[in-house]
Ligand binder design. Sequence first.
Ligand SMILES: Cc1cc2nc3c(=O)[nH]c(=O)nc-3n(C[C@H](O)[C@H](O)[C@H](O)COP(=O)(O)O)c2cc1C
Length: 124
Amino acid sequence: MGILTEEMKEAVNTRRLGYVATVCPDGTPNLSPKGTTRVWDDEHLVFADIRSPGTVDNIQRNPAVEINVVDPEAHKGYRFKGTARVLTDGQVFENILSFYQQSGVTHPIRSIVLVKVERAQSLP
Ligand SMILES: Cc1cc2nc3c(=O)[nH]c(=O)nc-3n(C[C@H](O)[C@H](O)[C@H](O)COP(=O)(O)O)c2cc1C
């Protein structure tokens, strides 16, 4: 079994909106929403870079990320800490791209960000 529980997977794939924090070159945080946040497998989350130049630049310098997925009405959520990779070609990139295209994402996708989750916690 991977680090992502069934409850976590369901929450991410239902809510579909992750708040993605990265680290800027000057050490300050960068936080931006990604409505393409999905579970890729038992240990990876993914989102599509449609227009996320700051997030992508930061990851290329420093792959540390945290993603929060929350349901404010239910007052529930999860935080995921991990290491991100920016994919622009290759088989995994093609597989994820076609997954998004089949799920109805019509915006052009510049790159795919694949996050290996190293810590996953529910928000109390
Ligand atoms: C609700 C919402 C969802 C969004 N989802 C995405 C997304 O999945 N992918 C993306 O590239 N941009 C998405 N955006 C746009 C980026 O968050 C926005 O362009 C932001 O300024 C990018 O900042 P960054 O360059 O620091 O990542 C979304 C914006 C909103 C308001």
